[in-house]
Design a protein around this ligand. Structure first.
Ligand code: CA
Length: 360
């Protein structure tokens, strides 16, 4: 008996030392990553995506992977997320890729493009087309990885104080509309500006701007535009706005394989969840706008305006492609993917919605 228990103890000691030396033991190391988000504290929908990603990562890893979130009030640099993650000042970021177009023009293509793919088409391009590879090609030289970080769905074309009946009505119109869409609008006579969200209501009320686009019913309702402007235009400029999780590459490479995979799953799930939460919140908010502000009218841009914007967009894309080889590759990939996916969507989703519109 005694010999047997001694043997058992020795075997246990051997097993324990093997365990300590094994990768399994080192995999138990704990990691705390610091994340800077562009949004302020408790920002609806966008900020909830960041929080749910962090919660999932922590629970799936049984506490081995913690993500500490700093909102914009803490780090004071809402549009400095790219630089801070690149420099390793933060390990991760939650923001939107098109905010960096002034630094790295090709980051523009990974949020949403005017007249481009819808959310489901764009997710298909990211995960089954060339999207993820092309995005990584753009972020690689900056020592970062970028992942889809949540989709708003089709954004509304904005709130206008006056109805737009012709191209002339756009001439000199002052509108808050950022990004590539702002450049497209500038081509058709609009005077685009970018004003921080906190100042938008006052700017519209005082006539500093004549029109404003923000996101869609859920987030627009909170800013109160429906109290000032009664024309709510349908979207063209951001048909699938995708937020972004950024990770410093050195930090990513230090994570064990299982934690990398947990992080991937948490980011992808949070992104998907934000897309469906957006549908839910937009539906609720739109019902409340209709009820409380029956004067609000939903409008499509007239054909001549739409056509002029499509042409301006083509012209600007062509200029971007001519100026840069990688831009040309990304634009070609997106156009080809959109064409193929849309041919199917036309006989599926579009046909269904059109048919339903007739029976309603
Ligand atoms: Ca927007």
């Amino acid at each position: 008996m005694k010999r047997r228990s001694l043997f058992k103890r020795a075997a246990a000691a051997v097993a324990l030392s093997a365990l300590i030396a094994s990768p399994l033991a080192t995999a138990q190391e704990k990691f705390t990553l610091r994340l800077a988000e562009t949004w302020g504290p408790n920002f609806p929908i966008f900020g909830e995506a960041t929080k749910s990603m962090a919660k999932m990562a922590e629970e799936m890893s049984d506490g081995r992977l913690r993500i500490r979130i700093d909102s914009a009030n803490k780090h004071k640099a809402p549009l400095g997320v790219f630089d801070m993650v690149k420099a390793g000042q933060y390990d991760m970021g939650h923001s939107a890729s098109y905010y960096w177009k002034g630094k790295v023009p090709n980051t523009l293509f990974f949020t949403s493009m005017p007249f481009g793919m819808t959310a489901q088409e764009q997710y298909a391009w990211f995960y089954y087309g060339d999207g993820m590879d092309l995005m990584q090609e753009v972020y690689e030289p900056h020592n970062m990885l970028s992942f889809p970080g949540g989709n708003t769905g089709i954004q509304m074309g904005g709130w206008f104080r006056n109805e737009i009946n012709s191209l002339e009505d756009l001439e000199g119109l002052k509108m808050r509309i950022p990004g590539f869409a702002g450049e497209v609008f500038a081509e058709v006579g609009v005077n685009p500006t970018n004003i921080p969200p906190g100042e938008l209501y006052t700017a519209l009320e005082r006539g500093t701007i004549d029109a404003v686009e923000w996101v869609g019913p859920a987030l627009d309702l909170r800013l109160g535009f429906q109290q000032i402007a009664e024309y709510y235009y349908t979207g063209w400029h951001e048909p699938a706005t995708e937020l972004q999780f950024l990770i410093n590459k050195d930090v990513w490479e230090k994570l064990p394989k299982d934690l990398q995979q947990i992080l991937r799953v948490a980011m992808r799930t949070a992104a998907y969840d934000m897309m469906i939460q957006s549908v839910h919140e937009n539906a609720k908010a739109w019902a409340s706008i209709q009820e409380e502000h029956p004067n609000v009218k939903v409008k499509n841009f007239p054909d001549e305006v739409f056509q002029a914007m499509v042409e301006a967009n083509q012209k600007l894309l062509q200029e971007a492609a001519e100026g840069d080889e990688l831009a040309a590759k990304i634009i070609e990939s997106q156009e080809k993917y959109l064409q193929d996916a849309r041919a199917y969507i036309d006989i599926a989703d579009r046909a269904y919605l059109n048919n339903m519109a007739e029976v309603e």
